[in-house]
Design a protein around this ligand. Structure first.
Ligand code: AMP
Ligand code: MG
Length: 402
């Protein structure tokens, strides 16, 4: 059977996870960090809501200081102070008011002379520079006008977005619901006790994939692990099904005996294929009781690379994220590498952004999670390349961004 191209399996997983938009989830603005807006946010108010000073200085009528210069300063009486938080007042002609940054510019004033251009006086002030009307005045509505769409649908809420919601008094926002994902590890070798006994190992994939799910902007329901016993596996799967939008299994999909995922789900409509990729050749895809199921290989490196390539972009797209893919950058290889003919290789690497170079990190084999943990990118070796020399320019997925 020919190997399935990576792009074809990517499209299949994306199609499996595509869903019509669900009812948005209303969230307090303070709890919406990292979430994707299901509806645009339209400002009901303007910002700044009142004209305020951009500097500590003196609120004046520009006409009153028109002739001021260092050689011929203008002296004005100081009618009082306007600290930040003061209500909007009025400026009489021929007078200056000492004003602080953010304080309301009084009616009648049209400019602020910064304190550095004065003698800083408190009863009278010597103004040493003329200032045009509008100088150092932040006009009402100069940042946001009422009716502006400040955040379009699909915005991912970072700190600045949370800030503007609060500045505008937007208390709740409609966010795209996050898909809920069950990560189900398989393997009779997976220890249930903290200290694995002879021949046993700790479950790395469960917590790792749950972390990857969270990082992709989805919800990981508490991950589970089962033995290689088909009824045990199916019981765990069925118990979790009503609560999830996706089941992500790891292990039990390759060619050996005791391949629990293949044995349990193969006869129940899930397809198991070989994808032209290294690592991560064996993959499974289908539904169980109508719930999407994606089956990843068990080797931890294969599992996480498979997640990166197939699941992460599809989950992020489902979660409404407008940038589902990792950014791809070009970098120069510092060392030669080899890759199997006819399979796209995603090799762990370390990117030197300043130098524009990438160094393969650890062996190509799929058992080297320690090396993966020290890497920060995936080197994307095309399927037709078998020997890539040092100095070649190659695509690299930046795992530190997105
Ligand atoms: P499998 O695909 O089930 O044959 O597993 C392939 C390799 O990955 C074996 O060495 C397993 O022990 C290992 N493996 C499978 N599942 C996990 C897991 N959850 N955590 C760590 N290693 C695993
Ligand atoms: Mg196994």
């Amino acid at each position: 059977m020919p190997l399935v191209p990576v792009t074809e399996h990517q499209a299949a997983v994306a199609a499996l996870l595509a869903a019509p938009p669900s009812e948005p989830e209303l969230l307090p603005a303070a709890e919406a960090l990292g979430r994707v807006l299901a509806e645009p946010v339209v400002a009901r108010e303007q910002l700044p809501s009142f004209a305020n000073s951009a500097m500590d200085g003196y609120a004046v009528r520009a006409a009153d200081v028109a002739g001021a210069s260092p050689d011929s300063p203008v002296r004005l009486p100081v009618g009082g102070d306007i600290p930040a938080g003061a209500p909007v007042g009025t400026l009489a002609p021929g007078v200056a008011l000492r004003i602080m940054t953010g304080a309301p510019v009084p009616d009648g004033a049209d400019a602020v002379v910064e304190v550095e251009a004065t003698d800083g006086g408190t009863t009278t002030v010597e103004i040493r520079e003329a200032r045009e009307a509008g100088t150092f005045v932040r006009k009402a509505g100069s940042d946001v006008r009422a009716g502006d769409e400040v955040l379009p649908r699909g915005s991912v809420l970072g700190a600045a977005q949370v800030g503007i919601l609060h500045a505008l008094g937007v208390a709740t926002v409609a966010c795209v619901r996050r898909p809920r994902v069950l990560v189900l590890s398989t393997g009779s070798e997976l220890a249930v006790d903290p200290e694995p006994g002879s021949g046993r190992i700790r479950d790395a994939n469960g917590p790792m994939l749950a972390a990857a799910v969270l990082d992709a902007g989805a919800v990981a329901v508490p991950h589970l692990s089962t033995t290689d016993d088909v009824p045990t596996f199916l019981a765990a799967l069925e118990a979790a099904l009503p609560d999830v939008d996706l089941v992500l299994t790891s292990g039990g999909v390759s060619a050996g005996a005791y391949e629990v995922v293949k044995d349990a789900l193969g006869p129940r409509g899930v397809s198991f294929t070989k994808v032209a990729m290294q690592p991560g050749m064996p993959q499974g895809i289908g539904t169980y009781d109508g719930v999407p199921v994606v089956c990843l290989p068990g080797n931890p490196v294969s599992s996480l690379v498979s997640f990166e390539v197939f699941v992460r972009p599809a989950l992020r797209r489902r979660a409404g994220n407008p940038h589902p893919e990792r950014p791809v950058v070009s970098a120069t290889l510092t060392e030669p590498l080899t890759s199997p003919a006819g399979r796209r290789q995603l090799r762990r690497g370390r990117l030197d952004r300043a130098a524009g170079t990438v160094t393969p990190w650890g062996p190509a084999g799929s058992g080297f999670l320690g090396w993966y943990a020290g890497a920060d990118c995936l080197v994307d070796v095309p399927a037709d390349a078998t020997d890539v020399s040092a100095g070649a320019v190659i695509d690299v997925w930046d795992l530190t961004v997105g």
